[in-house]
Design a protein around this ligand. Sequence first.
Ligand code: CA
Length: 520
Amino acid sequence: MNTVSRHLFAALAASVLLALSVPAIGSAGEKPNVVLIFADDLGYGDLSCYGATRVKTPAIDRLAGQGRMFTDAHSASAVCTPSRYALLTGRYPSRKDNLWGPVMLRSPLVIDTERLTLGRLFKEAGYATACFGKWHLGFGSEGTTDWNKPLRPGPLELGFDHYFGVPVVNSHPPFVYVEDHQVVGLDSADPLKYGTAAPTKVFPEKFGLSVIGGGKKAHAMYDDETVGTTIKEKAVAWMKQPRDKPFFLYLATTNIHHPFTPAPRFKGTSQCGRYGDFIHELDWIVAEVTAALDELQLADDTLVIFTSDNGGMLNQGGQAAWKQGHRLNGDLLGFKFDAWEGGHRIPWIVRWPGKIPAGSKSDQLICNVDMLATLAAVVGRPLREGEGPDSVNMLAALVGESDEPIRDHLVISPRSKRHLALRSGDSVYISAPGAGGFGGKRIGEHGLGGPAAHALTNQVNSDVLDNRLRPDAPSAQLYDLRSDPAQARNVILQHPEKATEMKARLEKLLAQSQTRVSGN
Ligand code: CA
């Protein structure tokens, strides 16, 4: 080998070594599988690895031990549908009018089929794509959903090759499975009527739920206690299909949304009642999905993301769990629907062997609205103008060691367009008084929230007296989460300039058609 050849060889060897040592994230040649597990109503304190002691979640803890867990991750909303909207579109739910309240039980599809979604992102990147589990983003293009007709547009029109799951939510009709465009087991001779679906097993009588829609007793076309198992089995079977391309699995569990209906073998396994038993079933689902990755020898080539759509809910099961010492949202103030932290701070775990340091933790401020830009970076397809307008690429927070903040602001839309909140640094500004959450007023009600919840929880907030909002409470709220993570003290009267600045910034952000910086 002459001198020139030796130099060339050395240079080549060095470049190969460099290529081997630097994770080539986002490069055109590398396309990991992506598994996104989206739990329902799972609070910040609902997992062992986040401090729970009345439940055991070994599979999810293991995932955290092999990857990274986040302590300041949020949902863009404190309720199901707007959270899912943000997740799939990278768009703040406050931009939409039709995401809020009971309308979402029978709504047309709320996502424009022209819009870039997670499904479309992966499909266009050459992935096999599927969605399993709870949808709750509507079907069809107009009016009230007729469950006897083809449910189009739906997940398939947003880029998913396949969908199987519970079309709305496990607490409300129709209690059916939908596969692709149709209700499973549909009988044209015995059409479905809302609230009176063809029976296989009586749903509300078992669990004492009232049913919205017609006032008649509803029946289910599935056995509630098999839903978690069925969705898991369908998802794992899909993962195991032979294919010559990577896959994106969006698995949106019905666990742990009420009613709490784990398979019988999980009953009594936790120390906080059915609420905890349903978490145990969720942990089993995660165990089965990760075991399938191991079996397929794909664990090293797969980015697994586990998170939740909103905080834990103080419904009857949640109240029973609380009384047994379980803290749904850890030490955070508030619950699902609330503008307070318990409403929207969520568990968030990522695993990507070789890319993400095992057993690491991050206190970076991130949000599920960031999923689109981040996964776009993973597949090497930067967002264009208008796509995912509020989605910030947080890949550096997922895989990097940097402490540089990914986000310097985050808009939260807790339950509706009221109580919109702005997070900036350690400060959070909430544009109205109180929690703004669920209307429950008494212990034992279907859902207990806001100041009324303090009668059970004994939590403290300076605007709350005798479990009610003080009549003289300020018209907005400001908290310093560094010195007061449990939001005991509204300090807005002590820092009027800060509040004015954050209010103006929130209004400015809401007026912008895009809040992320282009090219991000
Ligand atoms: Ca939810």
